[in-house]
Write a protein that binds this ligand. Structure first.
Ligand SMILES: [Fe+2]
Length: 401
């Protein structure tokens, strides 16, 4: 198998890193930027500091502070047109995953001059996105080093992934100051998503020694710092979390994501389930499912998940991996089941069928007709083990409260 590892984003990490944003913008030849954020983050002191550093470097600033819980196609298309109109030559995102996905979408449509939904799928646009600087304010999505943007098409109730090598951010600034104001519950959600990225990259059928090294190190760092970063004011743990979530995304950007993300997608699109709940609840299940066909990977992953493996059979270690993830969830206040509101039992089969096109289909998923799906239809997914619709249905059922 030929493998590929590509990560062109410059990563500037550590306390004080945000102070370099003006210099970074100048290095990237930005003269007028759109700073993308949300109504909460845009009122934080570090947001004002970032704007001041840009101004000090002589970079003119326009603002869009209206991002919501998802990156919306309508926001992206409107702001992309504004960027072209106002001669803006760079995008700076200060926020969590939805802010970064919104900004990345804006940077894509600004140079490609077509609606976001037509840019979804893999490599569906021809021109390089505008230069981007990402400042994540949650340790989680990893969008700051990812070529992908996940957007919501509000009219069609679809979550769509788009991107390619032309939409990598140019720089990511990981400064733990941005995590200081996060309430515990808010911090836990993206952190679980990041853990999912590392584990799913490791369990991918297209993983390579390069992605495995980064994925395992990410899981180990994330698992070892998550409790302290969420349950205390440990700044070192938070800094570790930021770096770990960035590493996890470098791994999954190259090895791709698995069943957790493929199965979560219809729940997010059709049932409005927030992404971290979908992938997080599924994670212990998809970990055990895929480890069953990856015997050589059981012990390394178990060690990264802080499982004591001595005296256990392989099957017991796999079960202990799932249990270790659940124990972490209990400690940080994250659920390990879907409530009947989040996933009604009567919609389980429908969701399993809607998962068939997978995470990477883009708008091609729109034309997908579930009438042709049988129990044996395989979910499109790069995970090591093939999963049928019937198996997905059973997995959803085992996630119900
Ligand atoms: Fe994710």
């Amino acid at each position: 198998m030929i493998t590929n590892f590509y990560m062109p984003t410059r990563v500037v990490a550590g306390p004080g890193a945000l102070g370099t944003i003006g210099t970074l913008a100048r290095d990237l030849k930005m003269s007028r930027v759109l700073v993308v954020s949300d109504p909460v983050i845009s009122r934080q002191p570090f947001h004002a500091d970032a704007l001041a550093a840009l101004a000090e470097a002589g970079v003119a600033v326009s603002r869009f502070d209206e991002c919501g819980i998802d990156a919306r196609c309508s926001h992206i298309d409107d702001q992309g047109a504004r960027v072209r109109r106002e001669g803006i030559d760079g995008v700076v995102c200060v926020g969590g995953g939805s802010v970064m996905c919104t900004g990345k979408g804006i940077a894509i449509v600004a140079t490609n001059n077509k609606p976001m939904r037509e840019c979804t799928g893999v490599g569906r646009f021809d021109r390089k996105a505008l230069p981007m600087i990402m400042v994540p304010t949650t340790a989680g999505s990893g969008s700051e080093v990812s070529q992908w943007t996940i957007v919501k098409d509000e009219e069609r109730h679809l979550k769509l992934l788009g991107g390619g090598p032309l939409s990598f951010p140019d720089a990511a600034i990981l400064d733990p100051v941005t995590l200081r104001s996060l309430p515990m519950r808010v911090a836990a959600l993206p952190a679980v998503d990041a853990l999912t990225h590392g584990v799913e990259a490791y369990l991918s059928g297209i993983a390579s020694p390069l992605t495995d090294a980064v994925a395992l190190a990410a899981v180990r760092l994330q698992f070892g710092s998550l409790r302290a970063s969420i349950n205390s004011d440990d700044e070192r743990a938070r800094a570790d979390n930021l770096v770990a979530s960035c590493m996890a995304n470098i791994a999954c950007g190259n090895a791709r994501l698995g069943h957790g993300h493929a199965l979560s997608l219809p729940l997010e699109g059709h049932l409005d389930l927030p992404h971290p709940y979908g992938v997080g609840v599924l994670l212990p299940h998809v970990t055990a499912f895929n480890l069953a066909v990856l015997p050589e990977k059981v012990k390394p992953l178990a060690e990264a998940l802080e499982v004591e493996t001595a005296g256990l059979t392989r099957a017991e270690i796999i079960e202990a991996c799932a249990e270790s993830i659940r124990a972490l969830y209990a400690d940080i206040g994250f659920p390990d089941r879907f409530t009947p509101d989040q996933l009604p039992r009567q919609r389980v089969r429908e969701m399993a069928e809607r998962a068939v096109p997978g995470l990477y289909a883009g708008i091609a998923a729109e034309g997908f007709d579930t009438a042709s799906v049988t129990d044996d239809t395989v979910i499109a997914c790069p995970s090591a083990r093939k999963m049928t619709v019937r198996q997905a249905e059973r997995m959803f059922e085992s996630c119900l409260a």
